[in-house]
Write a new protein. Structure first.
Lengths: 328, 498
């Protein structure tokens, strides 16, 4: 009975840090998907612990809101999983310290010289379709000109980071004409979902023909399911660039370990784990070292990207163009 | 006297658990913010859809419950249990289930297409209401069915022998007593709707207050805005609760011998039609979920069992706590206070609790207890709504007799009230357990890997492209929720007919 109670208590209240007091603990804040057993977290943890003689512990949840709530009292040493469209807010908080790393190993399609936020993987927004049912679209114009019975599902820019990337993408392609573009787009949009998962579920269930996702999405179907029917439509106008970032907390009580982890991000060990655990492109790995399914993915020729200042300035306008067109 | 003290303490606990976290968020946000034009239109849409959803749910529940109360047939009790399932489904699962029936390539359109009927388009305000009715019709049916079963069988016998109008004499007073409360609870649930409204509403036209809160919190980190909107939500919920309490009049129908009800009125055909339609509407999407999940069960990995175990324990804990808080609160004021917990935004509640515990403990180490507390707060209004009519009847019918026999305190409860409350308590406990099981809730705000709940695991699987396995997890979740619900509900029913 007693042991049951202890087990129950353990399950309910969580098994607090098992570290024996000698092993230093590196606390890494990450989004929920990252730390879950189906995400990249566990293999990264195992690989880092092998080289650091430390205990890496994730705390998962909404990264930025949580860090802003905790402020300087945060226990986090490193935070991983920021998106570049919201880093302005993060930077302005003053919670983060420069990483001090040489950025030459980066293999991003854009120049990156941020001294605080370090990219670990990237992708581009893209519309995914079933290539046995549709011919695909070679430009945003072609998609907007598609018949209205093509059913498209997207994410809400007010609740989803990929939804936000889409409105910035439309803004980048159409500029002042963004609202007019959204008006042409609207009849094809079956619905807007809270997050990416709901949209992708609707797509795989056949409720939508086209879904807003990433250029890397087909890789999952090719590698994990040997399913070649999902393709990303590559647009002439270019694709919006989405990069995920990590940063060291200024308040860390394990500065050496945090630096070591930040440096680890750029290593081959870390980078080779990214493609098939996070289903995105590694940020610092030459293409010839990518897994097979990734090397063959069609890549956009033009990459569209707003810096965090531009994104912050354009955000409200881009969301309003979307909202007003889709509300009509 | 002692009972009063316990009641006051329980009410203070509930009020504190809601107002404390909200105050923490307001304080941290530095006060309130004026609402924008977009917020006001979200508010209008929220109230509009919640009113219609609640009205239609209750309106449809009356004939269905009436039919179920009149008829007895093989499998009736199992049907009543399973029909309750939509209420406890995780939102995303319910949406996918509904779409496999009513969606563009759904079952309904597959049938309609060869007939040349234009395609049914689910997306729009009607889709939002349809989904909310799907979620809440089961609750409304059960609440109203309980009202029917509280009418003593002797009354029906007398009415039948006198050829008196059963509806106006017996059923209408009962409905006047029960229906406003059912409306209020469902209205408050629909006020908090977010993902359902957005997905089935087809886009930003269907923006609710909860989405505005989400945006304020996650993207703008504007706690003041989030708190202001949460307070507006609270007021809406409380307002609905108070109006319902004022409207809920109607006489008690007196005591009976607790005999099985036999009925001689009503049209068999009509009753069968209502039961059939409701069953089809509620069970077809469930069947779709079942079929989609079956193949995914094999894809589930070992980690899922830990998550299932944590979910089960959390929901059992929530049942015990909810019942302990509910019994002293079974009063008009208690029920109104409990609506606070349901109408406040879960996100704001969770954030507030985070702010409160953070200086003392690592928030992730209390993720499950906090989730449990939030589930208790959310379940209380349902539990009180279920218990109160029965407690009042028992009090009105047997209270004086009991007291005159010298029964008081615990003895009065044990001998007189509890046996009469067994059925509603079983139902209430089952509902609490199942609700807690399916709640994704605040745990996503602060947790540690390997300590998540089953709904969380399901979302993680979806996020990792593993849709099949996610459907498997959903099926497991629905199975466990229903099992828990059935076990409590059955235990409460004992040998009774419902």
């Amino acid at each position: 009975m007693k042991t049951t109670l202890i087990t129950v208590a353990g399950l309910l209240f969580g098994t607090a840090a098992l570290a024996d007091g000698h092993t230093p603990v590196l606390t890494v804040y990450a989004p929920d998907y990252f730390g879950s057993e189906w995400g990249p977290g566990p293999s990264i943890e195992a690989a880092f612990e092998e080289r650091c003689d430390c205990d890496l512990q994730y705390q998962t949840g909404d990264l930025l809101p949580r860090l802003l709530l905790e402020g300087t009292r945060t226990e986090a040493d490193v935070a991983i999983g920021f998106n570049s469209d919201i880093t302005k807010r993060a930077r302005d908080s003053g919670l983060f310290a420069p990483h001090g790393l040489d950025l030459s190993p980066l293999t991003l399609p854009i120049d990156w010289d941020d001294d605080t936020f370090l990219p670990f993987n990237y992708g581009h927004t893209a519309f995914i379709y079933d290539n046995t049912k549709l011919d695909g679209f070679d430009s945003f114009e072609a998609l907007l000109n598609a018949p209205d019975d093509v059913r498209i599902v997207i994410q809400d820019p007010r609740s989803s980071i990929s939804g936000l990337a889409l409105v910035l993408w439309v803004q980048a392609v159409y500029g002042d004409e963004a609202e007019a573009a959204w008006l042409r787009f609207a009849p094809k949009i079956v619905t807007v979902t809270q997050g990416w998962s709901e949209s992708y579920g609707l797509f795989t269930d056949g409720e939508a023909d086209v879904v807003l996702s990433y250029t890397t999405s087909p890789a999952y179907h090719i590698i994990a399911e040997e399913d070649l029917t999902k393709s990303a439509a590559i647009f002439d106008e270019g694709h919006y660039f989405m990069v995920e970032l990590a940063a060291k907390l200024a308040t860390t009580d394990q500065p050496e370990l945090a630096d070591e982890f930040m440096a680890f991000i750029l290593t081959e060990d870390f980078q080779t784990m990214i493609p098939t655990t996070n289903w995105s492109f590694p940020a610092a790995l030459p293409m010839d070292q990518w897994p097979e399914g990734f090397q063959d993915l069609p890549m956009p020729e033009t990459v569209l990207f707003y810096t965090e200042d531009e994104a912050a300035a354009l955000r409200d306008r881009a969301i309003e163009a979307w909202r007003s067109a889709l509300s009509q | 006297m002692a009972q009063r003290v316990v009641a006051i303490i329980a009410a203070l606990v509930v009020a504190g658990l809601v107002t404390g976290p909200v105050t923490a968020v307001v304080w941290r946000g530095g006060g309130f913010t004026a609402l924008s034009a977009a917020d006001l239109s979200a508010l209008r849409f929220t109230v509009w859809q919640a009113s219609w959803s609640a009205l239609i749910s209750v309106g449809l529940a009356v004939p269905v419950a009436s039919a179920l109360a009149r008829r007895s047939f093989w499998g009736r009790s199992a049907l009543i249990s399973v029909m309750g399932a939509p209420f406890i489904l995780p939102v995303i699962v319910a949406i996918l289930g509904l779409l496999s029936v009513f969606g563009g390539n759904g079952f309904v359109n597959l049938v309609l297409e060869p007939l040349g009927v234009p395609k049914l388009d689910i997306y729009g305000a009607h889709g939002v209401i349809l989904a909310h009715v799907f979620f809440n019709l089961p609750l409304a049916v059960r609440l109203i069915l309980q009202g029917w079963l509280s009418i003593p069988s002797e009354r029906f016998r007398v009415a039948a022998s006198l050829n008196a109008p059963v509806f106006w004499l017996l059923e209408w007073p009962m409905l006047r007593r029960i229906a406003p409360g059912a409306f209020a609870v469902i209205f408050v649930i629909c006020i908090g709707s977010f993902a359902v409204a957005l997905t089935l509403g087809g886009g930003p036209r269907a923006t609710t207050v909860e989405l505005a809160i989400y945006q304020a919190f996650k993207f703008d980190f504007d706690l003041s805005k989030a708190a202001s909107l949460a307070v507006v939500q609270l007021c809406l919920g409380l307002g609905a609760g108070l109006i319902a309490l004022l409207l809920a009049r109607g006489d008690m129908l007196g005591a009976g011998f607790d005999r099985v009800v036999q009925r001689w009125d009503g049209s068999k055909m009509l009753d069968a039609t209502w039961i059939g339609l409701a069953t089809l509407f509620l069970l077809a999407p469930l069947m779709a979920i079942f079929i989609a999940g079956l193949s995914g069960l094999a894809d589930l990995q070992n980690g899922i069992w830990g998550a299932a175990m944590r979910s089960l324990l959390t929901s059992l804990g929530a049942v015990v706590l909810t019942m302990a808080l509910a019994l002293p609160l079974v009063t008009k004021a208690g029920e109104a206070a409990s609506l606070l917990g349901l109408s406040v935004s879960g996100l704001v509640l969770g954030t507030g609790m985070f702010l409160i515990v953070q200086p003392y403990v690592r928030p992730s180490s209390v993720a499950l207890p906090v989730t449990m507390m939030v589930n208790v707060l959310m379940a209380l209004p349902f539990v009180l709504r279920i218990l109160r009519p029965s407690v009042e009847s028992a009090r009105g019918d047997f209270g004086r007799l009991g007291r005159s026999l010298g029964l008081r305190g615990w003895a009065l409860w044990r001998i007189v009230y509890l046996p009469r409350l067994r059925r509603p308590m079983g139902f209430a406990a089952g509902l609490t357990g199942a609700l807690a099981m399916g709640d994704l809730g605040v745990i996503t705000l602060f947790s540690r890997p390997g300590e998540g709940t089953l709904p969380m695991a399901m979302y993680q699987l979806m996020g990792a492209y593993q849709m099949e396995a996610a459907y498997g997890a959903a099926l497991l979740l629905v199975g466990l929720s229903l099992g828990l619900f059935w076990a409590f509900d059955k235990g409460g029913r004992g040998h009774a007919v419902v």
